[in-house]
Design a protein around this ligand. Structure first.
Ligand SMILES: [Fe+2]
Ligand SMILES: [Fe+2]
Length: 125
């Protein structure tokens, strides 16, 4: 994972690393594996978001609502493109190749980083 995405919160960094690996695998996948790997990425993202949402609830994080809203948007979008790609594989490929990495990178830098800083400041991790 590139340094600018490293938050130094082990549980979050692990999820982000796994996400990037999954994304790379989908990009390199042959046709028959595209949808199963895409579905795996959706399940992984649900786990990833639940982990962060549990921490925000448990520690009463001030920016929780904004973060929850972004998670809901990201997941909705991912599911939308998954459904689309069943009929129109090119659309799914274009989301995976051109869009998903940028979206997630931006979320980590702008949103997850606030949670990571809070956890470190409050000495919760
Ligand atoms: Fe995250
Ligand atoms: Fe997040």
């Amino acid at each position: 994972m590139p340094d600018n995405l490293h938050l130094n919160i082990t549980s979050m960094d692990e999820k982000h690393d796994q996400f990037l690996t999954l994304l790379t695998n989908i990009q390199a996948s042959e046709t028959g594996l595209f949808l199963p790997l895409f579905a795996e990425m959706i399940e992984h993202t649900k786990d990833h978001f639940t982990l962060e949402e549990d921490m925000m609830r448990n520690y009463n994080f001030y920016g929780r609502q904004e973060h929850l809203d972004e998670h809901a948007d990201l997941l909705d979008e991912m599911q939308y493109f998954y459904k689309k790609s069943k009929r129109m594989p090119m659309i799914g490929r274009s989301y995976i190749d051109d869009y998903a990495l940028e979206k997630f990178t931006r979320h980590i830098i702008n949103i997850d980083s606030q949670l990571a800083m809070f956890l470190k400041e409050q000495k919760l991790v």
